[in-house]
Design a binder for this molecule. Structure first.
Ligand code: TEU
Length: 565
């Protein structure tokens, strides 16, 4: 079986992990210094968000040199030491591959914008304007038009993200060759795979038709997601580069159905190990709104269950799921899907139980292992994310909305929630830096921090370590078939995982209320059924009638001979 099916990935946002030289910015040496901590947790793969040279307009997702290291983060020697430190511990490293766009400071773009006949002109998507405006109505992910006018050549270039992130022209075979080369550069250094940023946006509708969604600048996803040539590009990348290495690839792919997800990840015909699908990330958004990501509506367990079940069923045995509830682009999972007040620890453990007992590869985002929460900075000056700052400018400075209402949305949905520094201890800068942190630390670090978690045997950290260990011990967690139980229960999410040999029963009370529940399987608990893990001390045994306390999570195991497959 592929190694990445048995792995747990830990995502690091380097700018916010640990600063060792006092400049307020996390660095590679900081990560190397904490490898034993990560090894203790039991994760075996690190996904490193971009560490390449970048003007940092979008947190490093605007790359100006694909073969270097951002000086703030260290040197290539520091990188090599990190990689060696990981490999020495039997751990692996996955890099972020950001090739839908570059920085506007990348030498290709600097050349490209010089003249219409520059050899690099065709590396990007240049078009003449229409009727005194941009070539079409497409909007950028970060607000405004997706086209930027460049007076030098009197044409517009496409940027699906910030105007400092021009989109590459994947139709151009030279672009594809350059990307293949840079991938080989890192693979030959020994990295173990790539997380591929917005990888299903590479192929745009060639004639750039108008977007049909609402608003002045609609996100024209129908014209750039899963486009006509995408599969060919990924197939070519696999054949020419990836097939020569034993690697994990995970595509970041918004707007993908389970059927398409299966096509991308199919063990025989697919082009990626797994993908990040976004269906569960949409549960608290208003889809009818022109900017759904800046809306906040209540999510429902019914929908989470429905979406999860759909993906678990569709990919079982043929494709492969990734399992995540948080990353550097979304709010903290305990604040979003749990309770970051009274039930913070219980609900963080419940969410971890959910992720780590489904079929797929679980992803732990830095800080989730100690139950870090959203932050509520009192004014916009404290925020750093380009998407958040653009949103505030459009809404408040230009749109006349109230700062309070806008900040409330930023508190609930902003990307900086996930980007505040890692909370190592209770000291003034949370042990993250001796200098001035590039973004403020969450004031709750005095209570929520690694030092406290390691000291407390009931912390989220030790619970997560136990969960990760279970994965190593019981193959049913890796490969068991998922079956939904209690499909209509208002607050309890229950499912089994079954192989010929054994069966896991997972019970998750997604609520602040205590619920009474009949044993949910057809047959009563067998004498050999036992509790593997629970987030409350001394829960009831496998009885006919169960009581689940607020956010209680339990995992039962019935060993092989008792299960009729
Ligand atoms: O994100 C792409 C993406 O589709 C979104 O999650 C996006 O961040 C969101 O719609 C805007 O609020 C990836 C990276 O993960 C993100 O950090 C980058 O900003 C983006 O690509 C551009 O490289």
């Amino acid at each position: 079986m592929a190694w990445w099916k048995q792995s747990v990935v830990y995502q690091i946002y380097p700018r916010s992990f640990l600063d060792t030289d006092g400049d307020g910015v996390g660095d590679l040496r900081g990560i190397t210094a904490r490898l034993d901590y990560l090894h203790t947790l039991g994760v075996d793969v690190i996904w490193l968000c971009p560490v390449y040279p970048s003007p940092n307009d979008d947190g490093g997702y605007d790359i100006s040199d694909y073969r270097g290291i951002q000086p703030e983060f260290g040197t290539m020697a520091d990188f090599d030491a990190l990689l060696a430190g990981l490999h020495a511990r039997g751990m692996r490293l996955v890099m972020d591959l950001v090739v839908n766009h570059t920085s506007d400071e990348h030498p290709w773009f600097v050349e490209s914008r010089r003249s219409k006949d520059n050899p690099y002109r065709d590396f990007y998507l240049w078009r003449p304007g229409k009727g005194g405006g941009p070539p079409n109505n497409w909007g950028s992910h970060f607000g405004g038009s997706a086209w930027k006018y460049d007076p030098r050549t009197d044409e517009y270039f496409l940027h699906l993200f910030s105007e400092r992130q021009p989109d590459l022209n994947w139709e151009n075979p030279r672009v594809r060759e350059e990307v293949h080369d840079l991938m080989r550069f890192w693979l030959d250094k020994g990295v173990d795979g790539f997380r591929m940023d917005t990888i299903n946006m590479l192929s745009k509708a060639p004639d750039f038709p108008e977007g049909t969604a609402r608003g002045d600048h609609p996100l024209a996803e129908e014209h750039f997601l899963n486009g006509p040539r995408l599969f060919a590009y990924l197939r070519e990348m696999k054949d020419r580069v990836l097939s020569g290495y034993d690697v994990l690839t995970v595509g970041e792919t918004p707007g993908v159905s389970p059927e398409l997800g299966l096509a991308y990840t199919d063990a025989a015909q697919g082009v990626l190990s797994m993908i990040f699908q976004f269906d569960h990330m949409a549960l608290d958004k208003d889809p009818g709104h022109p900017t759904p990501r800046w809306t906040h509506v209540p999510w429902s367990l019914a929908e989470l269950r429905e979406v999860t079940t759909r993906w678990q069923r569709a990919l079982h045995g043929q494709g492969w799921n990734s399992l995540y509830l948080s990353n550097h682009d979304v709010p903290r999972m305990v604040s979003r899907f749990g309770d970051d007040g009274e039930h913070r620890v219980a609900s963080a453990k419940l969410l971890a139980t959910f992720l780590h007992t489904l079929e797929g590869t679980p992803y732990v985002y830095q800080g989730d292992e100690i139950g870090m929460t959203n932050v509520r900075f009192p004014s916009i000056e404290a925020y750093r994310d380009v998407d958040t700052l653009n949103f505030y400018r459009e809404r408040v400075t230009e749109g006349g909305h109230s700062p309070e209402e806008t900040l409330a949305l930023i508190h609930a949905k902003g990307r900086d929630n996930a980007r505040t520094p890692m909370q190592w201890d209770a000291s003034p800068n949370a042990g993250f830096t001796t200098g001035i942190p590039w973004i403020g630390v969450n004031p709750n670090h005095t209570e929520i921090n690694v030092e406290a978690a390691l000291r407390d045997p009931n912390s989220v950290f030790w619970y997560l370590r136990d969960l990760i260990r279970l994965r190593r011990t019981y193959p049913v967690i890796v490969e068991g078939r998922y079956d939904l139980l209690l499909p209509d229960h208002p607050t309890v999410y229950a499912y089994t995982r079954t192989t010929g040999g054994e069966q896991l029963l997972v019970l998750l009370n997604f609520s602040r209320e205590t619920v009474r529940l009949a044993w949910p399987l057809d047959s009563p608990p067998s004498p050999s059924t036992r509790l593997l893990l629970a987030n409350y001390a001394a829960p009831g045994g496998p009885e006919q009638c169960l009581t689940l306390r607020p956010y209680e999570a339990r995992v039962y195991l019935t060993p092989g001979e008792e299960v009729s497959a």
